[in-house]
Design a protein around this ligand. Structure first.
Ligand code: FES
Length: 152
């Protein structure tokens, strides 16, 4: 088969790209580390728990019956989200009001305030400093008994 292999044939190129993609996925899976981030009793509803996973600061929350985790780093200016308010599964950055779903990290509203004061539209653009709305990294949480883990 290899004797006839040529990247000039679309099906061979497609095959090669899939092999490269799979090998990168396996490599990532093997280099990830499972880290305990909390126990279920550490996490209460409507509050975030600030913790560490290696060097990564992580916020853990409970939404409904599910545990979730996001990076404690706002994608706007990299400031911590941990002192932000969690309401209805959405955390608000305490610095400029960006909002993120705690269960997915999805940005639901971008920069909109400074020192708690809502800015007019032109002020929001200035405060955004050219940064586009961005999600905060999230981590799948696994549970074993009382212990909660993420893979990073
Ligand atoms: S640092 Fe979070 S919105 Fe600006």
């Amino acid at each position: 088969m290899l004797a006839n292999f040529s990247v000039h044939h679309p099906e061979n190129l497609y095959y090669l790209l899939i092999r490269i993609s799979l090998s990168q996925s396996y490599k990532k899976a093997y280099t990830m580390t499972k880290i305990k981030i909390a126990t279920t009793s550490d996490v209460s509803a409507d509050k975030v728990l600030k913790t560490k996973a290696g060097k990564q600061s992580v916020l853990v929350a409970k939404v409904g019956d599910n545990y979730c985790a996001v990076a404690d780093k706002c994608p706007h200016l990299g400031l911590p989200l941990s002192s932000g308010k969690l309401e209805n599964g959405v955390i608000t950055c305490p610095f400029h009001g960006a909002k993120f779903e705690i269960s997915t990290g999805k940005n639901v509203r971008w920069v909109e305030s400074a020192m708690g004061i809502t800015l007019p539209d032109f002020g929001k653009k200035i405060m955004a400093m050219g940064k586009e709305p961005t999600d905060v990294p999230s981590f799948a949480v696994s549970q074993e008994g009382e212990d909660l883990f993420i893979n990073i």
